[in-house]
Design a binder for this molecule. Structure first.
Ligand code: IMP
Length: 223
């Protein structure tokens, strides 16, 4: 992509682009921006998000895997902004359903409550021992040359027999953590971040980012 097609951030437009490198989070979701910013706290970067780049349109998640979607979002934003970019893609895989809903997690039914109801319905004849499931999150970091690195986090559990808990979002009320005897929606935010797929993926990508910033001037080394 040519230099002239780069979408400038507010600071670049007014000549304030000197300073710590900019890291663009490839999301407009305010909840995710807060959560990811917390996971990156203390790094010498200026965190921006797609909310700061209104000219970047919707990025279609048409990959066959979480990794393809995360890498596509990160590289698209890095190339369009000329900055480092970080994206994630996540979902739930249920073993008895051959890995469904997987990358369709967000589209399995119109609302989160209906998605949970659909899963419980599909598993109504499946005994507890066979209701194994895992949350997956892939975090991808891309540089302005379009090179990307991805890291994956998993959180293992079972699908509960009925929803429980009010915290969290999405499939949390039906995701049972057998060792703790509670669902993900019965944990505090801090407790969830410590064990979650997203917490693990971002912890690993944070290490990559620290290395890239310290050793490689903001560029991801070629393998
Ligand atoms: P996305 O990564 O924001 O596209 O999320 C994909 C889908 O997976 C959404 O429908 C979420 O509800 C679901 N999902 C991802 N992470 C979690 C989680 O931590 N708890 C519950 N649902 C999740």
């Amino acid at each position: 992509m040519g230099q002239e097609s780069i979408v400038q951030s507010p600071e670049s437009k007014v000549g304030l682009s000197n300073g710590p490198p900019i890291l663009v989070l490839a999301t407009r979701n305010p909840g995710k921006i807060v959560e990811i910013s917390e996971l990156l706290a203390g790094l010498d970067v200026r965190i921006r998000s797609l909310a700061d780049y209104p000219d970047i349109g919707e990025i279609v998640e048409d990959g066959r895997t979480f990794a393809e979607n995360a890498v596509k979002k990160a590289t698209t934003v890095a190339l369009e902004t000329g900055e480092l970019a970080l994206a994630d893609d996540s979902g739930l895989e249920v073993q008895a359903l051959g890995g469904r809903p997987g990358i369709l997690s967000n589209r399995y039914a119109p609302t989160p409550r209906e998605r949970n109801e659909r899963l419980l319905q599909e598993l109504q004849d499946v005994e507890m021992a066979l209701r194994t499931a895992r949350f997956v999150c892939v975090a991808a970091l891309a540089d302005r040359q379009g090179h990307a690195v991805a890291r994956t986090g998993f959180c293992e559990g079972r699908i509960a027999l009925a929803p429980a808990g009010e915290a969290g979002f999405g499939y949390d009320p039906i995701f049972l953590l057998p060792d703790l005897g509670v669902t993900m929606a019965q944990l505090t935010c801090e407790e969830k971040n410590r064990i979650s797929h997203r917490g693990k993926a971002f912890c690993a990508i944070r290490e990559v980012l620290e290395h890239v910033l310290a050793e490689h001037g903001g560029l991801i080394p070629m393998p």
